[in-house]
Design a protein around this ligand. Sequence first.
Ligand code: ZN
Length: 454
Amino acid sequence: MCRNELLEDGRIPSAATLNRRAKPKAHWSSSEAVSALLPLSPGKGGPVADAIGRERFLKSGYCCIVSRTGLLLFGVMLFRYCLGFWLCVGLASAVRAGGATATALAVRYAPYADWQKVMDVDLLAGQSVIRYWRTAEEIAAARAEADLPLTGLHLALDPGHIGGKWAEAEGRQFRIAADDFYVREGELVLEVAQRVRAQLVGLGAQVTLLREANVRVNPKGPIDYLERAAQQVPAPTGASLAALIDYGLALRARAVRLSIVSGDLAERARLVNEVIQPDALISLHINAAAWPSSESVSESESESERQLVASNHVHVLIFGCMSEGELQSGRQQAQLAVKLGNDSGAAEHLLGAALAEALAAGTGLPASTYEGRNAIRLDAGNTYLFARNLLLLRSVECPTVLLEPYVANSVPVYPRIQAALANRATGAPLTEDDILVEYADAVVAGVLGCYADD
Ligand SMILES: [Zn+2]
């Protein structure tokens, strides 16, 4: 209140007088608007102040004050509402992400394990990992009308195993008769990979093979693993020459396995993640069944005794189905976190389903079944697709699918492989039912099914 607003005789000026003396301000700042309201509060400033304040309030921009103050309050309320809404939405999406992660663990990644004890689902759901690969939608979106069906796709192909001089040590070499061709998985799938590449490149894709010959991908040879092998192989039980020879053989065998199996797989995964960085990886294999008898006989005595099996089937694998023990490994937990964080699971499920469908159609074979709990069938509608925790599937960050068509040591397949190898050895034209051509065509159809425009 200002003293000069009182009349000289101390009477309270009328509203009209006040109105004459001071024109109300046309505009009020928000702080002025708030302070202007204060004298109207009962008991503050006495009756004179109240009257003047009331008069001033009534005559000096009442509407302006109310509207601006209301606007301020409305703004504050809106801000609080938005903040609350944002927090609620954030919380809800976190709960949804946590729920989705829990569901993924329950149905795919650890369906037979008590993962609640081991995994912090909220922590897993809250992280996102930068990915080097693109989804089929992202690749298709960058494709022009005139482009080829697979333009923009960069695919890596892994011809499984090694073959050549390592095939026997890999346990991926056999024949039934001494004059048969050796069936070496690593060599058969290398040709399939080369055929797939030729077709996919013709369709516009870029294709990189993890190996171009029947040689190790791992630059480290068995000798580099001798120290680790010595930690894993039990020491000789005696000092006899026979015990020492046995120990030496066991040591060598272990070092070879470390180099050409686990070491080679780890190097393939490293190449994919750090060097090639494709949009997806397809690992090519041909399945084989346990021999019905004489499983433990040595290579030299086995050929005449081996009997082909009757069953022949197809299955396709993507990452999942970790056991409780595997979940407790810090390394495997980290790999699971990467796969969950970059969402490769959804993309590899789509690619796996497309390849499974194409292999089922291309081979006409039934789906495999898994006994036990080391794999789980993922779709009721696609019985060929399973989740399994294999080193390559777990450690490659981009969508990765492993194919296991045919049973190489089965009655229907073994003669087809022998015929295919004979034609290649003699340079004869390939037959219409050439098994490696059939395999390659099915892979191409599966890749088109996933990555080509509709
Ligand atoms: Zn294999």
